[in-house]
Design a protein around this ligand. Structure first.
Ligand SMILES: [Zn+2]
Length: 267
């Protein structure tokens, strides 16, 4: 039905800790976690629905975990280089970033994942700005955005960061603001260096509202993502099918936009 499908937002964990890590995320969001957080399950579920490639990442909640997590992602990607693209993690409490940024680039990782609510830093804080400054235009960011229970990742703060670093590129996950979809449009939809993904949102948005949000941000700026292990590709595709948008627009969302954004070379 689509030429390709790219899941632009998947979390994976080493087998030993996957189930526990997945459970903890479920508790944080008070949502049932349907999958175990391993790469094996991600690909098994994705294969069932025709996913071509996955962007995989993991979040370091302490500075000490950073290199370990980045090695895990890089090694996993190396074993499945035709199917996986890896994003690295940084932690705002690291003393310096330059060495690790150069290292993850040399390992072939293609972006930086940040989760302000898990990592407990605000997107307009000094530590956040240190990261944006150090990474600059070298790699794009995938940023968890939105949680009305906390301030850290609110769309208004994402907008402040995007304006302060106009040459950096930000994917504001979850339509720009999980549980704050209205604010996301207001603060982020007009910014040139903001893209969004569809992950962990469609269960809560009506198909009509989802279509409106896509149109407000522009259909060149939206990437398909599952937020696995929260959801799988089959779950999310079922939601996508119901959105009243043209097949051409959906083809962009499913793979063309992220293919252009990361220059993946699919045609
Ligand atoms: Zn995420």
């Amino acid at each position: 039905m689509y030429k390709y499908i790219i899941d632009a937002h998947a979390h994976i964990f080493p087998v030993k800790i996957a189930e526990k890590a997945s459970e903890n995320i479920g508790k944080f969001y008070d949502l049932a976690m349907n999958y175990d957080g391993t790469l094996e399950t991600l690909m098994k579920e994705g294969d069932e629905c025709g996913v071509t490639k996955y962007i995989v990442q993991s979040v370091a909640t302490t500075a000490e975990q950073v290199t370990h997590i980045n090695d895990f992602i890089a090694n996993t990607v190396a074993e499945h280089s035709d199917r996986l693209i890896g994003f690295a993690s940084l932690n705002p409490l690291m003393e310096s970033f330059d060495e690790e940024i150069d290292r993850v680039i040399s390992l072939g990782l293609k972006g930086i994942k940040l989760h302000p609510d898990f990592q407990k830093f605000a997107l307009d804080s000094e530590n956040a700005f240190r990261i944006f400054d150090a990474v600059g235009e070298k790699l794009p960011f995938l940023v968890h955005t939105g949680d009305k229970r906390y301030r850290y990742s609110n769309p208004a703060l994402m907008a402040k960061a995007a304006k302060a670093f106009p040459h950096a590129r930000f994917i504001a996950a979850h339509f720009g603001g999980w549980s704050e979809w209205g604010d996301a449009v207001e603060y982020l939809s007009k910014l040139d260096n903001i893209w969004i993904d569809t992950s962990s949102s469609l269960y809560e948005l009506s198909p009509e509202r989802a279509a409106k949000l896509v149109n407000r941000f522009g259909d060149d700026r939206v990437f398909f993502g599952t937020d696995y292990p929260m959801w799988s590709a089959c779950d999310e595709l079922a939601y996508i099918e119901k959105i009243p948008l043209s097949h051409e627009t959906k083809e962009k969302i499913m793979w063309k936009n992220i293919n252009d954004f990361l220059q993946l070379g699919l045609s």
